[in-house]
Ligand binder design. Sequence first.
Ligand code: IMP
Ligand code: MG
Length: 184
Amino acid sequence: MNTNMHDDVESVLLTAEQISEITSKLGAVITEDYKNSKNLVLLCILKGSVVFYADLMRKIGVSCALEFMRVSSYKGAETTHQITVLLDTEKKDIAGKDIIIVEDIIDSGNTLSHLKNYIASKGAHSVKTCTLLDKPSRREVNLVPDYVGIEIPDEFVIGYGLDYNESYRNLPYIGILKREVYEK
Ligand code: IMP
Ligand code: MG
């Protein structure tokens, strides 16, 4: 890793301005869809979506509560993937509420697919999913997110919350990571 994070970026996929436009559009659609909801809860999936989440919530014109979960996904010995909940929400904050799960990126779809079922099992009134980035070509399960910022090609991306080994989350744009950083 270079001491200057920017030197590890192959190319910029989305500038801060482009991300802001995408986030504004998503916020407008969500505002319209939830204008009659009195129980909207934005559920942030830590850590990757924290930057997107902070921007998105301020583009939503409907009053909402904020909740946080932290999960890790791993590939078990079998082909089925599982998620481990590292930080959970309380059932009372989910039951009867209109939940939007906010993710940074969907790859295989395993994380979000498990989370949707998990949140539904806590008695949510409704559960929808919102992701800034989607890599549909990588999908392993049948998961179609309700709100998608933008579909991207199968590249490893960093910045705006997304990491490689916990680095690069504080880049203000989304970039493609140089292969030499993770292939050596
Ligand atoms: P899924 O369960 O395969 O959909 O994995 C989603 C998670 O994998 C995301 O929340 C990210 O943490 C991580 N991930 C997938 N693709 C990328 C990427 O290109 N850059 C950084 N993290 C990624
Ligand atoms: Mg993540």
